[in-house]
Design a protein around this ligand. Sequence first.
Ligand SMILES: Nc1ncnc2c1ncn2[C@@H]1O[C@H](COP(=O)(O)OP(=O)(O)OP(=O)(O)O)[C@@H](O)[C@H]1O
Ligand SMILES: [Mg+2]
Length: 226
Amino acid sequence: MQERCVVELKNVNKTYYNGVATPVLFDINLCVAPGEFVSVVGASGSGKTTLLNIIGLLDAPTSGQVILHGRDVSQFSEDERAQMRREYLGFIFQFYYLLPEFTVLENALMPCRISNCKEMDAKRARAIELLQQVGLGNRIDYHPGQLSGGQQQRVAIVRALTNDPALVLADEPTGTLDSKSGLAVFELMKELNRTTGKSFLMVTHDEGFAREADRTLPIVDGRIGG
Ligand SMILES: Nc1ncnc2c1ncn2[C@@H]1O[C@H](COP(=O)(O)OP(=O)(O)OP(=O)(O)O)[C@@H](O)[C@H]1O
Ligand SMILES: [Mg+2]
């Protein structure tokens, strides 16, 4: 039976404590369905990255539940969280984070290299296919420093998909790009969402892109939907 939500948040709250308490997220409830493209849109400081870090198991909520792949991850050990990240999630960040000493294809396959993927030949073939789909078929042996920002982000998008994750998380993926490259990157994410059937959760302050998603959730001062 297919899961109802690839990720579900139940009454998630987050307060940072470092000398003073900074409450950031309040009672977040969220379900991203399989294959859905959801955008969370809000102003700088509204809690978008905090939310994505919690869903991406890079940070833990102060209270509430995060359910990934049908499993409540709150009791997971650090190893289990890392395994979940590798096998179930793909990440796209604002600043790409490609490794400069590796080629485009090697960067795209990095999640596989890290997690000792089986069927490496098939993964490599799939990565090449995806690089072709994003218009980088003639750049697979280039290094990141030889690419434009938009091209680097397209490599990062392919990298987020090579491990065949159920859910791709994107934090301001168009944030550093000019409007034309930003639009191209966004359109590619939508196309890959359609062709791969993977769920996407994107956070952005760009209302124009956000509106193009299947569903748009405004976040205001750490609250979604009111
Ligand atoms: N480690 C931390 N310790 C204390 N406060 C933090 C920490 N990280 C973030 N915050 C606070 O949490 C709030 C939300 O930050 P967050 O990075 O989630 O916002 P954002 O919506 O992603 O903003 P932007 O659009 O600028 O990226 C901010 O007020 C920030 O100061
Ligand atoms: Mg942010």
